[in-house]
Design a protein around this ligand. Structure first.
Ligand code: 5CA
Ligand code: ZN
Length: 412
């Protein structure tokens, strides 16, 4: 699939720092230690509706990781998927009497536009599930041949992963079995399905059904891919055996990231699949998680059409810590708009207070598990001092402009 257009990132003087991130598996903040190029796989959209502010917030969080790594001198290899075949997409298309392919293409195109407007650096590879089917089939064949997968005996052609083949199952999410069962049922799993070895076994391949799209699955049989094997396959094939960051919103902690890690580790024999499992908090509206199924969405494209500056949107979504579940409010946007205007006014002056310590402070805060609150406070303080008349450093406005651009993705 086509990715979206990027932009030039200014180089900052001095040295960037090692990036420290919270890892859900170890339940603590640890430095990421990329060996050469840093590798990151982020779980992208299921394109049955337009990009909402929750998607945007999650993509911004991982864009900050990308920018911090680059600042530290690492080339970044970043891959993101599009789940362009799955139950929710087919259900929406059926509801609206629309061709599911047309729906997916339209919403993916809109997502690209939104990402570009928000100045999210594009992934090196932006990959759909459909185009990955031959690769996924090869992985399912491999799991079947190795005894880690089984075919249901009911003639459906459905193939499941046997979680007993994954002795560490549960290490990524740190949840007890009761909670796993609950979440599995809520998030696309089928704990009640008869004939499975364990209610938590996830679907690898769904055998062809009348009225549903299906692909040639070789020895696996005709059908379509399961969700977790999609992300495991794409990440392994494009980034290699062990990746630095597996990312997404915290709604993917279980079962999605647990199961993709279990698949990948069984396929490669290497542990862990990801050195860091990084999860962004959920953006909600009026106390509810913003989600397509609840229908309580604020779309990025809607706000853009209303002439909201995407930079203000970006600032608003960075005003609290990325891991916090938080609510979207009109007030959040107003504050960000005022902040953006102050920063722009300040960098438009020819001189300001010293810029270098501000750059160091922003670097320090961002590399401490993406502390955007601290980074924004440092830029606020500089802008207020400038506007109050502290004008000692003629290089400062340019440096601050580059700092906001390179590290926060904010064009002033
Ligand atoms: N296609 C799968 C991932 S492989 C999926 O979860 N798609 S999605 O469209 O539902 O979400 C796309 C990304 O946005 C995921 O990383 C998801 O965790 C994140 N996300 C979804 N809803 C929210 C929300 N309300 N707040 C923050 N992030 C969200
Ligand atoms: Zn995924």
């Amino acid at each position: 699939m086509e990715s979206w257009a990027g932009h030039r990132v200014p180089r900052l003087p001095g040295a960037g720092r090692p990036v420290r991130l919270y890892d859900s598996a170890r339940q603590g903040v640890h430095p990421s230690r990329p060996r050469g190029a840093a590798t990151m796989y982020v779980c992208g959209i299921t394109p049955y509706d337009a990009t909402h502010l929750g998607h945007a917030a999650t993509m911004i969080a991982f864009d900050l990781v990308n920018r911090a790594w680059r600042d530290a001198g690492h080339p970044v290899r970043y891959v993101q998927n599009v789940t362009d075949i799955d139950d929710p997409l087919l259900e929406r298309a059926a509801r609206d009497r629309e061709d599911w392919v047309v729906l997916a293409m339209r919403e993916t195109a809109l997502f690209r536009e939104d990402m570009e407007a928000l100045r999210i650096l594009p992934p090196e590879r932006y990959v759909g599930a459909v185009e990955s089917i031959p690769a996924i089939v090869a992985r399912v064949e491999d799991l079947l041949a190795g005894g880690a997968a089984y075919r249901l005996a009911d003639g459906s052609g459905d193939v499941y992963f046997d979680i007993a083949a994954s002795p560490r199952f549960g290490y990524e999410s740190n949840l007890d079995r009761a909670r796993m069962l609950e979440l599995f049922g809520e998030r696309g799993g089928d704990p009640e399905r008869a004939g499975k070895r364990d209610p938590l076994d996830p679907l690898l391949w769904r055998g062809a059904r009348g009225g549903e799209p299906a692909w040639d699955g070789g020895q696996v049989g005709p059908g379509r891919p399961g969700w977790h094997i999609e992300c495991a396959t794409i990440a392994l094939d494009l980034l290699g055996t062990t990746i630095d960051v597996q990312g997404g919103g915290n709604d993917l902690l279980f079962p999605h990231h647990e199961c993709s890690a279990a698949h990948a580790e069984r396929l490669t024999g290497e542990y862990p699949f990801a050195r860091h499992y990084v999860h962004a908090g959920m953006i909600g509206l009026a106390g509810e998680k913003m989600s397509k199924s609840l229908g309580n969405l604020v779309f990025v494209s809607r706000l853009r059409a209303d002439h909201v500056d995407p930079m203000a949107l970006r600032l608003a979504l960075m005003a609290d810590h990325y891991r916090a579940d938080r609510q979207w409010t009109d007030d959040l946007l107003k504050v960000a708009q005022q902040r953006l205007a102050r920063w722009r006014e300040a960098v438009a002056t020819p001189v300001g207070p010293a810029g270098a310590p501000v750059l160091e402070r922003v670097r320090d805060r961002i590399t401490d598990d993406l502390d955007t609150v601290g980074a924004i406070a440092a830029l606020d303080a500089w802008a207020e001092a400038t506007l109050a008349g502290d004008r000692s450093d003629p290089g400062a406005p340019t440096l601050i402009r580059s700092t906001a651009d390179a590290l926060l993705g904010i064009a002033l």
